[in-house]
Write a protein that binds this ligand. Structure first.
Ligand code: UDP
Ligand code: MG
Length: 319
């Protein structure tokens, strides 16, 4: 039977939370009127996550397991799951650590039925440290200011998206993927759904500060021309200031016995503009890196194994 809904879940070393996750999801599947199948993606875990997934999929055909060949990262794991979608109506994207309560499907589905193609969850409150929450808030507000599309505040990947949005996203070939931005870019009718984000239920976060920073950079450099335009602005402003300063010095030189001083100021300016130039090259490099990886046209992910309809398919060919 063709499912109406797919729930997709990326998992990376989540053996601790896995039993809890599956019991919450199974309860939802049993209770719901909808025909739902779940697509689990193992993102190269080194613990028993993939073993648990395979065990589950071999007895319950409502769970499909996709095992990637190595750790590709959260966004790519989700991308892999999206290509496996077979639901006729919509897809719910959630994290595996139960920070995105699966039970909200029922209410989000009502919005879908009302004609919304994207129902994205908006975090009204977060149960994480004040520092992290502050950083998140600052980042989303800055991104909204500079991005060329309207990316909603405080929303992550947690969402319910229609099948046609999934089809569009699957056609987007970008290598550097910031899914929540791509989801906004697609358009159609979109609506925010407020919820309060609980803490992860077991295990530890896999997102180190470095990963979060990379995700944030992808948000900025994939969806904004601001940094590169800012360089030009900076160049023009500093040039104008120096021209004015030059004229002022010249006038002073000829109208009085003025002896130019400011050796320290010169050293300071040389270092300052050396820094500005290096940062500028770095910013251009960020765009260049993305072009570099894009032109290689490598597959975004490699599927090692697939367990579907209780059967195991080895050496799955992605093409
Ligand atoms: N995840 C993944 N690959 C990774 C890192 C994380 O698939 O390289 C999964 C992880 O198992 C979880 C989701 O992405 O289901 C969100 O990760 P996490 O909870 O660690 O991030 P946080 O909530 O701290 O941002
Ligand atoms: Mg989490």
């Amino acid at each position: 039977m063709i499912p109406e809904i797919n729930i997709i879940i990326p998992l990376y070393n989540e053996e601790k939370v896995f039993p809890l996750l599956i019991s919450r999801i199974t309860e939802l599947l049993n209770r719901s009127q909808l025909v739902i199948t779940v697509i689990l993606v193992d993102d190269g875990s080194s613990d028993s996550t993939s073993f648990l997934m395979k065990q589950l999929s071999s007895v319950d055909d409502r769970f499909l397991s996709v095992i990637l060949s190595r750790n590709f990262g959260h966004q790519i794991a989700l991308t892999a799951a999206l290509t496996m979608v077979n639901a006729s109506e919509a897809v719910m994207i959630i994290d595996g650590d139960l920070q995105d309560p699966p039970e909200l499907l029922q209410e989000m589905y009502l919005f879908y039925k009302d004609g919304y193609d994207v129902v994205y969850a908006v975090r009204e409150s977060r149960k994480e440290g004040a520092f992290k929450v502050g950083l998140y808030k600052l980042f989303y507000r800055m991104l909204q200011k500079i991005a060329s599309i309207d990316i909603p505040l405080d929303s992550g990947d947690f969402s319910l998206i229609s099948r046609r949005v999934v089809d569009v996203m699957n056609k987007m070939p970008e290598e550097s993927r910031y899914l929540r931005g791509m989801r906004s870019w697609v358009g159609f009718k979109q609506i925010g759904y407020k919820y309060s984000r609980p803490d992860r239920q077991a295990g530890n976060t896999q997102y180190t500060l470095r990963h979060l920073l990379r995700l944030a950079m992808n948000g900025i450099f994939n969806f904004s021309e601001f940094p590169i335009k800012f360089i030009t602005f900076l160049g023009v402003s500093t040039m104008s200031i120096s021209v004015i300063y030059f004229i002022v010095t010249l006038v002073k030189r000829f109208s009085s016995d003025y002896i130019p001083d400011g050796f320290t100021a010169i050293i300071f300016l040389i270092i300052l503009f050396g820094g500005v130039q290096l940062i500028s090259i770095g910013i251009i490099g960020e765009y260049l890196i993305r072009v570099f990886f894009q032109v290689k046209k490598r597959p975004l992910f490699i599927i090692k194994e697939l367990i579907v309809d209780k059967k195991e398919i080895k050496n799955w060919d992605i093409s």
